[in-house]
Ligand binder design. Sequence first.
Ligand SMILES: Cc1cc2nc3c(=O)[nH]c(=O)nc-3n(C[C@H](O)[C@H](O)[C@H](O)COP(=O)(O)OP(=O)(O)OC[C@H]3O[C@@H](n4cnc5c(N)ncnc54)[C@H](O)[C@@H]3O)c2cc1C
Length: 405
Amino acid sequence: MAYDVIVVGARVAGAATALLLARAGLHVLAVDRVSFPSDAVSSHQVQVPAVARLARWGVLDRLVAAGTPPARAVRLDSGRVVLTGRYPAVDGVDALYSPRRTLLDAALVDAARAAGAEVRERFRVEDLVRRDGVVSGIRGRSGRGASVQELARLVIGADGKHSFIASAVGAEAYRSVPPRTFASYGYWSGVPLDGGELHHRAGLVAAAFPTNDNLSVVYVAAPLTEFGVARRDLPAHYLAGLDRCGDLGHRVRAGVLAERLRTTPDQPNLLRASWGPGWALAGDAGAVIDSVTAQGITHALADAESLAGAVIAGFGGTLPLASALAVRHRERDGRLRPMYDLTVRVAGLRPRRIDHALLAALARRPSEVGRFLGVLAGVVPADHYFTPRVVLPLIGSAAVDRLRG
Ligand SMILES: Cc1cc2nc3c(=O)[nH]c(=O)nc-3n(C[C@H](O)[C@H](O)[C@H](O)COP(=O)(O)OP(=O)(O)OC[C@H]3O[C@@H](n4cnc5c(N)ncnc54)[C@H](O)[C@@H]3O)c2cc1C
């Protein structure tokens, strides 16, 4: 058999998985139908836990050397209160970064190659090879070239939310929620930011973060029900949304749109069975959520690490591969579900009275803001935070403060 593992898709999930498997000494082929550097329809907040992973893997230095600015402080404006704070640190990393996908994905691909993985660009997978019902390889082609077959002990689909591998193996979807938002984002010059900004309003979430080339990436999520009307003039709809976010609209209008506005209504929410005989899924291929909480890259990198760990354990004989992949599947769902549920709720774009009460309470307790930002960054599990034991004392003590004047 030619390879231990073939990884289909070589962006954040795929390149990271290939990197970690190759570093463990496995014989890895990663393929992608695009060539790198390549942009993606995605803004690119990389949350603190994912930045810590990139630092550990030796990839962060390249992003920093390319001038990717850190965002240590963040301002959350709900229209009623404004919270400012800093993200809690993970392994000494205390900043969110927003590297362009042209930079981040290429850095991971280069690191995978340097680790010994073979990376084949402009190679489209068109079919799976099966032996006795077990996936044992891929068939595909480079450009218009002849169809090529490659074999491996395991084929990993890291091929995104419309995964060919997931549909070819019939990976069952569950916990699926229909798309709730559409998202638009643009790159602006002349819109300086002091850290990151998040704006939550009824029917809207906006985010603004500094990115490469002295640009700011400014993102707006709006209800999918508005898309039909909005598409008549998407830039106007986007700017009108920003006008509802304090002075952000004014500041953006004073800047210059450096590249065309990108908009997508393609924002599914679903989890999939993540493994079967001869195959496994990583990143969006296995679990995709609305971009409103900016978690996809962070999930993809965590998922790559846990999948690589399971494969190394399985091939190394620590556990049978099937057991290792089953354990990893449960770990993935346990890790992702709190953020999945929070994201689906936030994507409803309808802040509840208790959300406003919590933010008002936090405004009176600045020392608590960091922990709350830690939930948004995925440092503090959402299901550990949004409990009566945590939230009610905060709201209660703020009410007492108010009564005392
Ligand atoms: C509008 C928007 C904004 C977002 N903003 C953020 C954000 O700020 N922060 C964040 O963390 N996440 C964000 N996300 C989510 C993030 O983009 C995804 O979660 C992330 O890209 C998933 O990475 P992946 O490697 O799993 O898949 P992808 O990035 O989708 O990569 C899949 C790769 O597979 C390749 N491929 C597919 N089919 C084949 C085939 N048959 N043969 C060969 N190659 C194939 C593709 O070419 C592609 O390169 C956003 C998403 C959207 C839509």
